[in-house]
Design a protein around this ligand. Structure first.
Ligand code: NAD
Length: 424
């Protein structure tokens, strides 16, 4: 047996400490009772499991897995499962807390959770991934369920992984339980529009921001970091709206063309070869240079902490749309605010995924499925309302959009907690 080594993390700061300090800042600005903050800064439950997996070469590797529930005051907890070599318990806790705020800001009846397994899915065979997923699901099976805690895809996981979780859970219950995960393939109860939903929600937020600033997306220049689920669809949608996507990147390579990249062709290239490397019609660019490119809109859609105190003053974009969770550190936030950069915060900008996950859960419970146009229209309603509520709070209190979004969300969770009372 071997235990998987944990590599040096991409995380420079502890994300859970960041999440807690953001919460304290919100408490000060919105005068929230310190007793409530004591409750809200802790996670309700954190499960650490070891996941032994028979590998194709005959060895047994043991992976570390986590499932954390931050809060359930407003409903069952909801949050993705991440497969990545850098996953840590504190990262999962931070992501779980951000899920609580994201659901509250959108007004959907969920609390926050997150999960992760420390692994590199790119180096694992389909069989190894499936065995790891099924064993991980078995280890957390008593904690998840449609009324309890509902996983979804995140970095390194997709509809295929959700299908294995759904099947493992259902096999153990003796019948199909559609509501146990979201982000399922359409053939087994997924929702139309779910795959593109996070990017579509981000698009709706960018449209509103551009409208508020009395600009137009036509001819707006855009740079997108990360070319997975969120980044590739967001680049595609923005290009369809008339924007010029001048740069895109993934973990292996970046592409730059000031006249615009053919996003559809880049998606096809990535699908065929597994990476952006070797795509013709653009020059190479590093991920560091992409972030500080001359452009109107910058969309970090990969991992946390890519815009820090070190590079924030070099950012030239006028609008940053946080497709990823936590891509801007608090120190960078202050620098960007000083420079007048409008940051559309993660809990708003990437909420489209959890909003359509909510629709998928509702459709699964009712066994009645909606048309894609209906899904997209309802998503637009919910996220645009959240955007406008955040915008008015920002203006009326003269604070950043992030602080406004967190303030609204934390107030809603606080109210739910007070209304329910602290048990017993
Ligand atoms: P994904 O695995 O589909 O894609 C991640 C992308 O980031 C890949 O293209 C990968 O190559 C790239 N990447 C990884 N490390 C990188 C690096 N160091 N530099 C540049 N690119 C790098 O994941 P996803 O689902 O698109 O998630 C991306 C982000 O969006 C995450 O922060 C996730 O938490 C957040 N998010 C995802 C959803 C969703 O529905 N999938 C919802 C809300 C938020």
């Amino acid at each position: 047996m071997t235990t998987v080594d944990v590599p040096i993390s991409h995380l420079r700061e502890n994300p859970y400490e960041i999440a807690k300090s953001q919460l304290r800042k919100v408490a000060d600005t919105f005068a929230i009772d310190p007793n409530l903050i004591n409750v809200l800064q802790e996670c309700k439950k954190a499960l650490v499991v070891s996941v032994p997996v028979s590998m194709d070469d005959g060895t047994t590797q043991v992976f570390q897995g986590y499932r954390v529930t931050h809060n359930v005051a407003r409903g069952p907890s909801k949050g993705g499962i991440r497969y990545h070599a850098d996953v840590t318990l504190d990262e999962v806790k931070a992501l779980a807390m951000w899920m609580t705020w994201k659901c509250a800001l959108s007004g959907i009846p969920f609390g926050g959770a997150k999960g992760g397994v420390v692994c590199n899915p790119k180096t694992m065979s389909e069989g190894e991934l499936q065995r790891m997923t099924r064993r991980f699901t078995s280890e957390i099976i008593n904690e998840i369920g449609p009324e309890k805690d509902i996983p979804a895809p995140d970095v390194g996981t997709d509809g295929r992984v959700m299908a294995w979780i759904f099947d493992t859970y259902s096999m153990n219950k003796g019948h199909s339980v559609l509501g146990v995960v979201t982000g399922k393939p359409l053939t087994i109860g997924g929702s139309l529009g779910r795959e593109e939903a996070t990017a579509r929600g981000a698009l709706y937020c960018v449209r509103e921001a551009v409208r508020k600033r009395q600009l137009s997306l036509q001819g707006t220049t855009v740079a997108v970091q990360g070319f997975g689920n969120v980044g590739s669809y967001l680049a595609k949608f923005l290009a369809e709206d008339g924007a010029t996507v001048i740069a895109v990147s993934d973990s292996t390579s970046g592409l730059y063309n000031p006249n615009g990249i053919d996003v559809q062709a880049a998606i096809a290239h990535k699908r065929e070869t597994g990476s952006l490397a070797g795509f013709r019609g653009a020059d190479p660019i590093s991920n560091e240079d992409l972030l500080v490119l001359e452009c109107d809109v910058l969309a970090p859609c990969a991992l946390e902490q890519v815009i820090t105190a070190e590079n924030a003053d070099k950012v030239k974009a006028k609008i940053i749309v946080e497709g990823a969770n936590g891509p801007v550190t608090p120190a960078a936030d202050e620098i960007l605010e000083e420079k007048g950069v409008l940051v559309l915060p993660d809990i708003l900008a990437n909420a489209g995924g959890v909003i359509v996950s909510y629709f998928e859960w509702v459709q699964g419970l009712q066994e009645y499925f909606w048309k894609e146009a209906e899904v997209n229209a309802k998503l637009n309603d919910i996220i645009t309302r959240a955007f406008n509520e955040t915008w008015s709070t920002m203006e009326s209190r003269d604070i950043s959009m992030r602080l406004a979004a967190y303030g609204l969300a934390v107030q809603r969770v606080s109210e739910a907690t007070v209304t329910r009372g602290i048990y017993p």
